[in-house]
Design a protein around this ligand. Structure first.
Ligand SMILES: *Cc1c(COP(=O)(O)O)cnc(C)c1O
Length: 373
């Protein structure tokens, strides 16, 4: 059997009764859209973060897009983020009508290089979108200072960092608003698509609620455009309520998997060779992904196929080099660290229910492959 980088089936088999009970509860509730399950999940997800407002939406991409629009950002505005991210971060900024502006990342933790942000701020800059990539947080203090000085909004992209902390503060509670995805692979994942916008600001929350509901406040009356139909589904919300109660246990399990990799591979790590993930100061990593680097990444992945191990690359193409974003005008070489990482990173299997014997098989295979390079 192929060992995959992610698999929800062992977890489903453990939690089947609970998941199916949630499905039955919604089907029997008599209310299938924006009912008690979405409201319940929103209240519980907000409370988990100690934040006043949460609006459930249909996915993480639209969480970013609606949050930007709720902040009043759109055509003619620039939004600073990274090209070393899942493309949806940038798709959402573009979808809100704004222009993405990229800054490079740091080589140690792959996160936005906060020293480069100020030079990217111009007269049209309206927001910063830090991405808490792979499960650990961006260094927020310098970004908050810049945002205050230049009057910019801060929208955290928390799609990979549910439950992560930074100097004791939770991912999603450090900006003006935060966007979450509940895509199945994420640290808090649904059995389908889902997303949410967290904010401490009632005005932003109200705007997101209108935008997700055709731009309506009351039924059949449009208050503002562009409206969307971007609601979180009752079914996914009820399943997510059960999974939210287990979130801390999932994170603990992810950390155990990460610790085993780090202990088993530490002796092979060397500068210019295999590089294991690091945790930056003040961070409590939740290991959405366990990402390692090696200059001969492609050879390693190819050879691991013989062991029936299928690894992922997150992400093989920096966003600024994609054809779809050619109009932004970034030349190859514009973001040297981002481009270097794209050629070297790969992810080892990581999910809370990863069976120990599968993880050990991956470690053994990787050790053999590295020894034979
Ligand atoms: C997954 C992801 C998104 C998009 O979320 P979807 O629910 O798939 O739309 C956005 N940003 C980052 C960093 C992601 O990992």
């Amino acid at each position: 059997m192929t060992i995959r980088v992610w698999d929800y089936l062992p977890e489903y088999h453990d939690e089947r009764e609970e998941v199916l009970a949630a499905v039955a509860k919604v089907f029997e509730s008599g209310q299938l859209i924006l009912g008690p399950s979405v409201a319940g999940f929103e209240a519980e997800f907000a409370a988990y973060h100690g934040i006043t407002h949460c609006a459930g939406v249909d996915n993480g991409t639209n969480a970013i897009k609606l949050a930007l629009q709720a902040l009043g950002i759109g055509h003619g505005d620039e939004v600073i983020t990274v090209a070393n991210t899942a493309a949806p971060t940038v798709v959402a900024i573009d979808g809100a009508g704004a222009t993405p502006v990229f800054v490079d990342v740091r080589e140690d933790d792959f996160l936005i290089d906060t020293d480069l942000v100020e030079a990217a701020i111009g007269p049209r800059t309206r927001a910063l979108v830090p991405v808490h990539l792979y499960g650990q947080c961006v260094d927020m203090a310098p970004l908050s200072r810049l945002a205050a000085r230049h009057g910019l909004a801060v929208l955290e992209d928390c799609a990979q960092s549910h439950g992560a902390r930074h100097h004791g503060r939770q991912a999603g509670a450090m900006g003006d608003a935060a966007a979450f995805s509940f895509y199945p692979t994420k640290v808090l994942g649904a059995y389908g698509d889902g997303g949410a916008v967290l904010t401490g600001d009632e005005f932003i929350d109200q705007n997101v609620r209108r935008l997700r509901y055709y731009g309506m406040e009351d039924r059949y009356y449009v208050e503002r455009t562009p409206g969307h139909n971007s609601r979180l589904d009752e079914l996914q919300a009820e399943i997510l309520r059960g999974k939210l109660r287990r979130l801390d246990a999932y994170i603990a399990a992810r950390r155990s998997v990460a610790r085993r990799y780090t202990e088993a591979l530490a002796d092979l790590a060397e500068p210019g060779g295999l590089v294991l993930p690091t945790v930056s100061p003040g961070n409590e990593h939740v290991y959405y992904l366990y990402v390692v680097r090696h200059p001969r990444r492609d050879d390693i992945i190819e050879r691991l196929r013989a062991y029936d191990i299928a690894l992922n690359i997150s992400y093989p193409w920096p966003v600024h080099t994609m054809t779809g974003f050619a109009h932004l005008g970034y030349a190859k070489g514009a973001l040297p660290v981002t481009e270097k990482l794209a050629g070297e990173v790969f992810s080892l299997p990581m999910y809370p229910s990863l069976p120990l014997e599968r993880q050990q098989a991956v470690i053994r295979a990787l050790r053999e492959v590295l020894a034979g390079l």
